[in-house]
Design a protein around this ligand. Structure first.
Ligand SMILES: Cc1ncc(COP(=O)(O)O)c(C=O)c1O
Length: 387
């Protein structure tokens, strides 16, 4: 199989991730909440090591500001619902995934107001529109780091300057960038950064984190659930200290341990090398697909302004049909449709059918990219009827 769906979930994982999953589950799957025996201590050590690994990756001094979550959605919900109250205003963009759109829509029902700013036809947000959208009661601005539809990398640092000048906070959805691009939290100057562990970080599903920057006091961010923690067990209120405040209940220790192994793998290789490989593959895809008559590539032309998420449409084919034939006849796995980002697809002019999305990963080869381009070429010559 040629796997080009890494924006959804990376595959395969580094061998050490599979090994760690098995070994941890057999030998160390205690819960860190109980600390009186070896397996529990081993679980606690693995969790803290992964927390430390994420802090190192993002250049954080204080690992306790890394909060483990089940995925990016979980972290985004914690940031959005934990921070906003009735009467607050939030600015967001048309590029956001449903994991941002839907929590915000839900909060409108309790009196949070929202402004959605537009993006260009290539999928870049309009900085001036963000500035204009800010109001005296704007508490939060939430922007994706890179579009999961066409890979467009957003100018987060410039957004941060505008947001902070106004005294608001910036939440960045980094589901498509952590592990794919080399950056520290300080480079973005984001206040909250949510991401998953199972995409470019190459960890298992069920892992993710919300990083809480220094402008956010724990008292400003309410936990979404209360429950058991490692410390302060005698009290009937959730501890204020980090990370316990937001990590009630048993953690996904096995997943977090395997994510730690993936982080070590990435650290050994170096994110710069990972990003360089991704760029070569994405460039090859964009060039190869653009040269096919009847194919329209929707990802930005500037290689420096996109991650390896390449969307396209083909004349005479619905994305769903094309994806189906690519899978059945060519063994190529990709994503099709709206990618949970309908407004982004409207912006790119491909609503409601959406796109075909190829997202290569660390283990994808140039030969696989060429085979995928050849398959699209062949299919573009023989259009199926659009329903
Ligand atoms: C940009 C973006 N944000 C958020 C999500 C949701 O991530 P998760 O599945 O880890 O909750 C995705 C998933 O594709 C995404 O691409």
């Amino acid at each position: 199989m040629i796997y080009l769906d890494n924006a959804n979930a990376s595959w395969p994982k580094p061998e050490i991730v599979y090994q760690t999953l098995g070994e941890f589950l057999r030998g160390a799957a205690g819960s860190p909440v109980s600390t009186c025996h070896r397996m529990a201590r081993e679980a606690a050590r693995a969790v803290e090591q992964t927390r430390w690994g994420l802090a190192r990756l993002l250049g954080l001094d204080d690992p306790s500001r890394v909060i483990f979550t089940a995925n990016a959605t979980d972290g985004l919900n914690l940031a959005i619902k934990g921070l906003l109250s009735p009467g607050d205003h939030v600015v967001t963009t048309v590029l956001e995934h449903n994991s941002v759109r839907r929590p915000l829509r839900a909060l409108e029902a309790i009196g949070v107001s929202m402004t959605k700013v537009p993006a260009s036809a290539e999928g870049f947000i309009d900085l001036e529109a963000i500035r204009v959208a800010l109001r005296p009661n704007t508490r939060l601005v939430t922007v994706t780091h890179a579009s999961n539809v066409n890979g467009a990398i957003q100018p987060i640092r410039q957004v941060a300057d505008i947001v902070h000048e106004h005294g608001a906070l910036l939440l960045v959805d980094a589901a498509q960038t952590v592990g794919a691009l080399p950056f520290a939290l300080a480079d973005l100057d984001a206040d909250l950064l949510a991401f998953s562990g199972h995409r470019a970080l190459m960890g298992p599903p069920g892992t993710g984190a919300l990083v809480i920057g220094s402008r956010v006091e724990p008292s400003d961010l309410s936990p979404l659930r209360e429950g058991g923690t490692q410390g302060d067990t005698e009290r009937d209120v959730q501890p204020r200290g980090l990370p316990d405040r937001y990590e009630a209940g048993s953690l996904n220790t096995v997943g977090i341990a395997a994510l730690g192994a993936a982080l070590e793998f990435l650290h050994q290789i170096g994110i710069e090398r990972v990003a360089a490989h991704a760029r070569v593959l994405a460039d090859r895809l964009v060039q190869g697909l653009s040269a096919i008559p009847g194919v329209r590539v929707l990802s930005p032309s500037d290689t420096r302004r996109r991650v390896a998420v390449v969307s396209f449409v083909v004349d005479g084919w619905s994305p769903a049909d094309l994806g189906d034939v690519l899978d059945r006849s060519f063994g190529i796995a990709c994503s099709t449709g709206l990618h949970c980002s309908p407004d982004a697809c409207r912006t790119l002019g491909v609503f409601p059918r959406g796109t075909v999305r190829f997202s290569p990963g660390f283990f994808t080869t140039e030969q696989e990219i060429d085979l995928a381009i050849a398959a699209v070429h062949e299919l573009a010559r023989t259009p199926l009827h659009l329903a």
